[in-house]
Design a protein around this ligand. Structure first.
Ligand code: M6R
Length: 368
């Protein structure tokens, strides 16, 4: 059943190109982005004046990625918030607010309660969900299903990538409704998304290299993850995977915060994973991250660098270099997350843990 893999998670990691392709299929017809279920008038989408994304865990990290794309494409302010915090702080909601609720299971208690709170305040709710007919989509005004297929591993992998793709479709649907992007621009962005299954397949070429690295790092006490821009949520997600699977202390940081505290944690041989931005797409951030890596390397850290193929400038700073294909900046999380998933799984396996059923965790968290 595991398709010849040691654990389901690895099979599911390898299914990511297909999960992405299935999630995108059918959502661009007659030159327009279409949702799965829309119980809202187009005018309601046009009237949206701010967006909240609410979710938990990995789904929340997909929402953090979405914030960059939705703000860029729509010029709407987007806040991404942990569903468990959302309704306890009296968020400012009205009928022109769109709340995007992201949940693989569609049954997560905190996300469901956030949806209910939003609807009580008359906000519109759009659900992104992997489970047909689950409670969250049933209680929402519009739905976009991720078609990642069932996920057996407790750790979310293929559903994370599918959520990012679905979030981008929501961003494009809003840009289309608001007219902040011309139809040909929407079409071009969609085509770039459609190229991602092949790019992710290419990124899967790193699996053997990363598994070997995972075995090498299995005795580490802690691992830090650094990123900027869309690489920051990737760093948070890499750290979450390692915590939940390998029971190892792992923290993700925005690299710009290094000097504001985290650099004090750097010590000899501490593994630090750095998610590099593209040297072309984000040249300024790229050079800032290069100086961050040289600072941590000078303090003895073991640097593991996820970088775009052909990025030679990074080589002197990388004790381990993992190359992923060059893709447009906003789409980078879809390729750079892949090695981090494999790394966490392999460290966990080397430590003798059950990768598919980590201790203390359930696949769907239906109590608060
Ligand atoms: O079903 P949901 O997407 O609402 O679940 C949210 C989180 O519980 C989930 O992503 C959790 O963080 C995963 N185990 C992470 O791998």
């Amino acid at each position: 059943e595991k398709g010849g893999h040691d654990y389901f998670m690895l099979k599911e990691i390898e299914e990511q190109p297909e999960a992405l392709a299935n999630t995108l299929r059918g959502h661009f017809t007659d030159g327009r982005i279409v949702l799965d279920e829309q119980r809202l008038a187009d005018q309601d989408l046009r009237d949206v004046d701010k967006v909240f994304v609410v979710a938990c865990g990995t789904a929340y990290h997909s929402g953090l990625v979405a914030k960059y794309a939705i703000e860029h494409w729509t010029r709407l302010p987007v806040e991404c918030e942990l569903a468990s915090e959302f309704r306890y702080r009296d968020p400012v909601l009205d009928r022109d607010t769109l709340v995007v609720a992201i949940s693989q299971s569609g049954e997560t208690a905190d996300t469901l309660e956030a949806v209910r709170h939003a609807r009580e305040q008359k906000a519109r709710v759009l659900a992104i969900c992997n489970t047909n007919g689950a409670q969250i989509p049933r209680e929402s005004d519009a739905v976009l299903y991720t078609h990642a297929g069932p996920e057996i591993g407790v750790a979310a992998t293929k559903t994370f990538l599918a959520q990012i793709a679905a979030n981008y479709l929501v961003g494009l649907a809003l840009a289309q409704a608001r007219g902040t992007k011309y139809p040909d621009e929407v079409a071009r962005e969609f085509r770039e998304l459609e190229a991602m299954p092949a790019a992710v397949q290419h990124a899967l070429g790193t699996v053997d290299q990363v598994r070997a690295l995972g075995r090498e790092l299995s005795d580490s006490k802690a691992v830090l993850f650094l990123g900027r821009h869309v690489g920051f949520p990737v760093a948070l997600e890499g750290a979450l995977k390692l915590k939940e699977l390998a029971y190892m202390h792992a923290e993700g940081f925005a690299a710009g915060e290094l000097k504001h505290g985290p650099i004090a944690l750097i010590e000899d041989q501490l593994p630090v994973v750095v998610v590099m931005p593209s040297p072309k797409g984000r040249a300024v951030l790229h050079s800032k991250l290069l100086s961050n890596i040289s600072e941590i390397q000078a303090r003895g850290a073991r640097t593991i660098v996820i970088a775009e193929e052909g990025d030679d400038t990074v080589k002197p700073f990388a004790d381990h270099l993992i190359e992923v294909p060059a893709v447009p900046t906003l789409l980078q999380p879809l390729v750079s997350s892949v090695p981090l998933q494999v790394l966490a799984a392999e460290i966990a396996r080397s430590r003798g843990y059950d990768v598919d059923k980590p201790r203390n965790l359930a696949k769907s968290v239906t109590v608060e």
